[in-house]
Ligand binder design. Structure first.
Ligand code: URA
Length: 209
């Protein structure tokens, strides 16, 4: 079963409470998302592999370690964009591959509208970024796209999940590590997480009604 990691860090709790607040304006929402990405990203990166190297300090040679292999951040457009900068602060040499998926409001099924994945050899590690793991449909479609590309190790990094979404992703691909700030109890009839934080894209980009 893909492991679910819920981050108990007080900074995450603090950022999450601000994100949930319906009066949090878009600029503050984006700032808190980035802050949260920094902490969640550190936890998610803890298992990355390193390779030994020789370094020369100004005084003497010594041994060090660098992150091994190519690494990709894959934000799901558009809400996943809000997690990219925080992750890039931690992993400045990561590649960023965008994946466009929207949820058909009638069927709640994901529809892919943008992908450049697959054009070159796959990175060994991918961090799939989407703040909300609601029904799991989008995450399952994104993970399937990454596996078709040949990515070996996938970490899902998000803010909130619902049990249905976590179970769907774990059932689809038990190899994916799931990192979230919290798990909320349920979904509403539109597939939104309750109590959640609303539409994570609209709240970042001031596009809600
Ligand atoms: N997408 C969102 O932005 N919010 C939800 O609650 C579910 C999916």
């Amino acid at each position: 079963m893909g492991t679910l990691h819920l981050c108990r860090h007080p900074l995450v709790a603090d950022a999450l409470a601000l994100l949930r607040d319906r009066d949090c304006p878009p600029e503050a929402f984006r700032r808190q998302l980035r802050r949260l990405a920094l902490v969640l990203g550190q936890e998610a990166a803890a298992g990355l592999r390193t390779t030994p190297i020789e370094v020369r300090t100004p005084l003497a040679p010594c041994r060090g370690e660098r992150l091994a292999g190519r690494l990709a951040l894959v934000p799901v457009l558009r809400a996943g964009l809000g997690l990219v900068e925080g992750l890039l602060d931690l992993l400045p040499e990561a590649e960023v591959w965008h994946l466009g998926l929207f949820r058909d409001e009638a069927t709640l099924e994901p529809v892919e509208y943008y992908s450049r994945l697959g054009g070159s050899p796959p990175p060994g590690d991918a961090f799939l970024l989407d703040p909300m793991l609601a029904t799991g449909g989008t995450a399952v479609a994104a993970v399937a796209a990454l596996r078709r590309w040949g990515v070996e190790r996938i970490r899902f990094v998000g803010v909130l999940g619902a049990p249905a979404g976590v179970e769907a992703l774990q059932r689809h691909d038990p190899g994916v590590e799931i990192h979230l700030a919290a798990l909320d109890p349920e979904l509403d009839e539109r597939g939104y997480i309750l109590p959640g934080l609303g539409d994570a894209g609209d709240r970042q980009y001031r596009t809600g009604s």
